[in-house]
Design a protein around this ligand. Structure first.
Ligand code: ADP
Ligand code: ADP
Ligand code: MG
Length: 445
């Protein structure tokens, strides 16, 4: 087992990983930017190293400084968390060159899955159904017109390197295609430094249902059931739950097997997620693979009782999975709400600033993953997600009621959050009915 791990991230996910390491008796190294001197992750780690100025590109994406931090501290492995360098195969290769173990998939598997246009071709070979669309990247308007006409409007233009719902454009008819291509490309360049885009058929009112995978380095791959992430605003997840209210045992087995086959097709190891769109007929389509731990991983941890971060570390250290598919059991119902420092009254614009007072919810079946504390100032440079409230009930009704109670108890002064917006979802008839799709929040607002 590793003696020391560097966590190349910040915020609640860095804290989450540090806690797992400490429980396993592994020493931790945090990295932080000049804007994060007083961030929790930098304080609870055994060592903390400043890697540069506030802007992510100068600090959390500063690969040279991060490698140097490993060398100075003697860290043997890097846990990347999500976002930042977590899906950057060039960095994974650099780590290997420097003798640092990556807690995640191999760079080859990441390359096969990380480019979203590519990934679809990879999984088609494994017999997994995909959203109909272009075979790979679309290079010009004429090609785009031809493909869109073939698959039929409406279509989506999406960034190959995309993530976090960015660079996605809806196109109702041909006249809108040129503008959508240009603006998607522009977003893709700005956010991901890669202007490649691809085209997909727009699936009408599907659910977003994803399958959590865990694989060791000996080819053993299990799925850990699904998460329903259909509560979305502008293609970004807001609330997640497991099991999906529309799931059946038969459908779970089919989706789970498809996900396992997709992962095996690219020799995938460590934790990963396959995202599907699921339509009202029970047909599902591969959308993308996230080759990293996800924001909503606690939902699966609680419903299965398996600590995914510890499992990631053990698998990266060369251990075999200690369980088989038939050992994975889902019990109860789990919901996660993402708490963001943003202002719903002003188009959800970010609301950084000082937290003047803070009271976090707690109690039986309530988990808080956060890195904020009273007196902490949320810097304006990073993601606005500041906390995740995760609750478990014996059934969906109990979980919903527990979440209402937990969010009502959450007190945070000095900044604006989306907590009331989340409480609104928990009262929404469509949400309560369980058959809500990815468009329901958009239609509600
Ligand atoms: P998940 O399904 O885990 O929520 P997301 O695609 O929403 O996946 O991304 C997870 C987190 O990573 C979000 O906080 C998002 O803002 C961040 N993120 C996604 N892509 C990038 C990127 N290219 N650079 C930096 N952060 C990113
Ligand atoms: P990201 O990498 O940003 O997470 P995804 O490919 O996962 O991008 O898409 C984000 C969200 O956009 C999905 O969860 C889904 O709600 C919506 N979406 C993506 N592709 C389609 C599609 N072809 N039809 C309908 N909705 C889609
Ligand atoms: Mg996605």
């Amino acid at each position: 087992m590793f003696k020391k791990i560097l966590i190349a991230n910040r915020g609640e996910i860095a804290v989450r990983v540090i806690r797992a390491c400490r429980e396993m008796g592994i020493k931790t190294v945090a990295i932080y930017s000049e804007a994060d001197k007083s961030a929790l992750h930098a304080h609870i780690a055994d060592e903390a190293i400043c890697v540069g100025p506030p802007a992510s590109k100068d600090s959390y994406l500063n690969t040279k400084a991060i490698i140097a931090a490993c060398e100075i501290t003697g860290a043997e492995a890097i846990h990347p968390g999500f976002g930042f360098l977590s899906e950057n195969p060039a960095f994974v290769k650099l780590c290997a060159k420097c003798g640092i173990k990556w807690i995640g998939p191999s760079p080859e598997a990441m390359e096969a899955m990380g480019d979203k246009a590519n990934a679809k071709q990879t999984v088609i070979k494994a017999g997994v159904p995909v959203v109909p669309g272009s075979e790979g990247v679309v290079s010009d308007l004429d090609e785009a017109k031809k493909i869109a006409a073939e698959i039929g409007y409406p279509v989506m233009v999406k960034a190959s390197a995309g993530g976090g719902g960015r660079g996605i454009r809806f196109v109702q008819e041909e006249s809108e295609l040129e503008a959508a291509l240009l603006s998607s490309k522009q977003d893709a360049l700005t956010f991901f430094g890669n202007g490649d885009v691809y085209i997909e058929k727009f699936i009408v009112n599907p659910k977003h249902v994803e399958i959590q995978l865990l694989a060791d380095e000996f080819g053993n791959t299990v799925h850990m059931g699904e998460r329903d992430c259909s509560s979305q605003r502008r293609n970004q997840k807001v609330l997640e739950e497991s099991p999906s209210p529309v799931m059946t045992e038969e459908l779970r087995n089919r989706m789970g097997m498809a996900a396992v086959n997709a992962a095996k097709a690219c020799g995938y190891s460590n934790a990963g997620t396959i995202e599907f769109l699921l339509d009202a007929n029970g047909d599902f389509y591969f959308m993308e693979m996230n080759a990293r731990i996800q924001v909503e991983h606690p939902v699966t941890e609680i419903v299965t009782g398996i600590d995914l971060i510890k499992a990631q570390i053990r698998v990266a250290a060369g251990e075999k999975l200690p369980f088989k598919q038939e050992d994975i059991k889902m019990t109860g119902h789990v919901i996660e709400c993402r708490v963001n420092a943003e202002d719903p009254a002003h188009d959800f614009r970010p609301s950084p600033g000082k937290i003047e007072s803070l009271h976090l919810p707690g109690g039986f079946g309530v988990r808080m993953d956060t890195a904020v504390y009273q007196g902490y100032t949320i810097p304006p440079y990073y993601d606005s997600m500041i906390a995740k409230v995760i609750v478990r009930g014996d059934n969906r009704e109990e979980a919903i009621q527990k979440m209402r109670v937990a969010l009502s108890e959450f007190l945070i002064e000095g900044i604006v959050t989306n907590i009331d917006f989340q409480l609104g979802i928990l009262e929404d008839e469509t949400f309560l009915g369980g058959k809500y799709d990815i468009g329901f929040l958009g239609r509600k607002m």
